[in-house]
Design a protein around this ligand. Structure first.
Ligand code: PNS
Length: 167
């Protein structure tokens, strides 16, 4: 049954990390198709613009056949309805993620009672990993190997190479 379900993995992906890729890969084994839905929330200042985030995710997931990368704006529940999906995938790394994720899952369910949120746990080597931490490491000239896909590491270097923090 779940093999026929289209599931949506929403997020900012600013930038995508190996933790995100781990969740995407795990999702592809559970659902027939995964849409990685990249938010363009104008209230949030992103380091990478929407096009950059879409392109980095496309490049990083090109080996995965049942994954599509698409932008979305507005309420997630409305987007799910538009594309005829009722499953949201979210990663849970550590206990401190839980409160926010629990709140979001229940709010999405309040907005549309058909929505189910499926939480996946990434490999334990990614439990400490976050996009903001990766950006800080890049900004301070640290080693990003194993943290992000190669294309993301390259873009982070380009962005922060001339940054005053690395001088
Ligand atoms: O990667 P993030 O920033 O943790 O992802 C959060 C995201 C994009 C999934 C969440 O903010 C979201 O769904 N935004 C869309 C607007 C919305 O539906 N808000 C109500 C959710 S309770």
């Amino acid at each position: 049954m779940s093999q026929e379900i289209l599931a949506v993995y929403p997020g900012s992906f600013d930038p995508p990390t190996n933790g995100h890729l781990d969740i995407i890969t795990r999702s592809t084994r559970l659902f027939c198709k995964i849409i990685v839905a990249v938010t363009d929330n104008c209230n949030k200042k992103h380091t990478f613009c929407l096009d950059e985030r879409l392109q980095l995710l496309c490049e990083s997931t090109k080996a995965l056949k049942n994954v599509e990368i698409l932008p979305f704006s507005g309420l997630l529940v409305n987007y799910l309805e538009q594309i005829n999906s009722f499953v949201v995938i979210r990663g849970l790394r550590v206990l401190s993620d839980f409160e926010y994720e629990f709140q979001m899952a229940l709010m999405n369910r309040k907005l549309n009672k058909k929505i189910e949120t499926v939480f996946l746990i990434p490999d334990q080597s990614y439990t400490f990993l976050s996009s903001s931490m990766v950006k800080e490491i890049a900004m301070l000239g640290g080693d990003m190997s194993g943290l992000v896909p190669k294309c993301v590491a390259k873009e982070l270097k380009n962005k922060y190479q001339k940054n005053e923090y690395t001088k």
